[in-house]
Design a protein around this ligand. Structure first.
Ligand SMILES: Cc1ncc(COP(=O)(O)O)c(C=O)c1O
Length: 471
């Protein structure tokens, strides 16, 4: 796969940086990002490099030690925001200082950062943008598609505002029609149900299939490859709100067969705040998705070729241009934040993305079993038994009187008291349920690589006691 060289302004060439930064420059292979320490000290050795072998019984406790999370609190709301490893915080801090000392600018496409991230996500650098967050990615996707009046987006009733708002703008601005399927909740469902659910409402006007995987409301991982196949059969463009995918799931983005995926780099990937991952299919790999690339415009860019415009999109396995470069190059960027994203991806690659996925899904499977044991499986809003629908978010009704789940204030009080009395941070969600007029307000718990089995037991015990006290 060909890839353009990083485009830096002349005074910001790699050589220029290094000359400026002096002889102590740290050569970490990152254009314009790896700079010398301002105090002349070499950056600390990566902590993740010192982990014991994964077979060591203490492995995940050592992984936990890579993070600086407050030990007085059990933080289980990664679905809202993660916590960067210590070495990522150090990297961001060091580069921020170097940038401040040198008053350095970064008009860059950050090709090297994209290369590291793309390797971890199973795609090519020309297909991967480090965005500002999921919402930013979703906005750029929806605004960039060639949608016209009467075209339909088929989506769900459990989407996040990060996707709902740009869809509403497309509706109000261009006359795009939004159609929603109603999603099932709970354990009594299978991946095939989703194919049938979407399949029966696709019409000749449907142009886009857009869904969250997993949904943030119930933690249901919609079966992305199965839905991508369905979309391909009908010639639709697939857009995935994958806010929770980077850092949680070890997906190879090519293999998913989708056209677009927007995710966060600051939730499960534990990168610096205000970072995201935007995947744009930029070549035709027939084994994953033989359909032509959709019309797509890099709507936020300061490097789009003003004279001449875009070449035709590729129809084969080699890209015709680097679409990610156009979307990455937007005025002056942050070297510190980009160095942090790169470092977070490196930590994940060192631990092993598949190992992380297996571990976090294992913890969430354990949590779901404990919930089913104490409260009964009917308390779960997340699926438990079909592994294709599983993710590391667990959503359930913690109340002894099951009707209390419809009491918004009581649900809010439950989350607040769990923090005040037990030092555990979770959140609640709310959503429509088929056949119900009222929304439930269940709780949602995130299990991640800095958690242990005993943390899962601790949150279950605490919630059981609290629900007893609130009965
Ligand atoms: C499914 C989903 N989409 C989008 C978002 C917005 O994420 P971000 O803050 O990365 O824009 C969230 C946040 O929780 C989410 O859960």
């Amino acid at each position: 796969m060909s890839r353009r060289d990083s485009k830096l302004a002349p005074d910001l060439s790699r050589r220029g940086f290094l000359r400026f930064a002096g002889t102590g420059a740290a050569l970490a292979g990152l254009s314009g990002v790896a700079l010398a320490s301002p105090v002349g000290a070499a950056p600390a050795a990566p902590l993740a490099a010192a982990l014991p072998p994964p077979s060591d019984g203490n492995y995940w406790r050592e992984v936990e030690r890579l993070f600086m999370l407050d030990k007085k609190v059990l933080f289980m709301n990664v679905g809202t925001v993660g916590s960067p490893p210590i070495e990522v915080v150090d990297t961001v801090d060091r580069v921020h200082r170097e940038v401040a000392i040198g008053a350095l600018s970064a008009y860059s496409d950050f090709a090297d950062v994209r290369a590291v991230a793309a390797r971890g996500y199973g795609c090519d650098p020309d297909e991967l943008v480090i965005s500002h967050n999921t919402s930013d990615g979703m906005s750029k996707i929806i605004a960039g598609l060639g949608l016209r009046a009467g075209d339909e987006i088929l989506t769900t009733n459990h989407e996040h505002p990060g996707g709902n708002v740009p869809m509403a703008i497309a509706r109000d601005r261009h006359g795009v029609v939004l159609k929603r399927v109603e999603l099932p909740v709970g354990n009594d469902q299978r991946a095939e149900d989703y194919v049938a659910l979407f399949g029966k409402v696709i019409t000749a006007k449907t142009k886009v299939l857009l869904f969250s995987a997993p949904t943030y409301k119930t933690g249901t991982m919609l079966p992305i490859p199965m839905l991508a196949k369905l979309a391909q059969l009908h010639g639709l463009t697939t857009v995935v709100d994958g806010a929770h995918i980077p850092g949680m799931m070890a997906y190879d983005f090519h293999e998913l067969g989708v056209d677009f995926l927007a995710g966060s780099a600051a939730k499960w990937q534990c990168g610096p705040g205000g970072t995201g991952v935007l995947y744009i299919r930029n070549k035709v790999l027939p084994q994953y998705n033989p359909n032509p690339l959709p019309e797509f415009w890099p709507v936020v860019s300061s490097s789009y070729p003003e004279a001449g415009g875009l070449p035709p999109r590729s129809s084969g396995p080699v890209e015709s241009y680097d679409i990610a470069e156009y979307l990455q190059s937007i005025g002056n960027g942050s070297m510190a934040i980009m160095a942090g994203v790169r470092n977070a991806c490196e930590v994940w690659d060192r631990v092993g993305r598949q190992r992380i996925q297996d571990y976090v899904l294992g913890l969430s499977g354990y949590l779901k079993e404990l919930v089913a044991e104490r409260w009964g499986a009917q308390a779960l809003y997340s699926p438990k038994d079909d592994p294709r629908l599983a993710c590391a978010l667990t959503c359930f009704n913690p109340f002894r009187n099951s009707q209390d789940v419809y009491d918004k204030d009581k649900s809010g009080a439950f989350v607040a008291r769990l923090k005040e009395q037990y030092g555990i941070v979770i959140r609640n969600t709310d959503f429509p349920v088929i056949g119900m007029t009222r929304h439930p307000y269940p709780v949602r718990i995130s299990t991640h690589l800095f958690h242990q089995n005993d943390d899962v037991e601790r949150v279950v015990d605490a919630m059981w006691k609290l629900s007893g006290a609130m009965a």
